[in-house]
Design a protein around this ligand. Sequence first.
Ligand code: BG6
Ligand code: MG
Length: 217
Amino acid sequence: MNEKILGVIFDLDGVIVSTDNCHYLAWKRMADEEGIAFDRTINERLRGVSRMESLAIILEKASRQYSEEEKRAMAARKNGYYVELIASLTPNDILPGAMDTLKLLKQRGIKVAVGSSSRNTPVILKQIGLSEFFDAVADGNAIQNSKPDPEVFLLAAKLLNLNPSNCLVVEDADAGVQAALAGKMRVLGVGSACVNPTATFAAENLEKADFESILNA
Ligand code: BG6
Ligand code: MG
């Protein structure tokens, strides 16, 4: 018998808010300036992955080696472009079904948390008006190892005072699905991860997710 779901931990980028395209545009600008080939296919591999690990993936296509100092500068430049883009986010950028899902879970007495690799999580939550909404926020500022390591989700469960076995993760990244399973949590794959065969549940997006049956599974 499965243990009851008492908490749901949401990834942020691509699950709650449509920032995944902002990440793409910011990396694309940086890569174009450096003359490094980068497209949406490579971008899929950056989902859920930390800023420096994302840069390492992009640099696989670079024609020369970059020093650690240059890498830090490139990551900072990308983040500058990204911060410019997210400055115009509003509650309208909350993805379809996300708000209704969050409200339904709260009505049911289920705790809700954010589990994101992003160090920009506090800024984004502020922009979309959800700074005070979640019972816990675990993000890239508080962890050492980013997804597929389970650290961010285990921290979120701990902050919610719940066992991992009582938590469900919602993810759009394969790295995040892997992280949730490594943390012994069930996972709903949405967006790009809805075709991930290892996810416990799948839905195209939160609007299409059947939480009634997920909570009773
Ligand atoms: C994740 C994104 O949520 O955060 C990744 O899916 C991103 O694409 C990572 O690299 C880190 O984000 P930030 O905002 O700390 O650069
Ligand atoms: Mg994501």
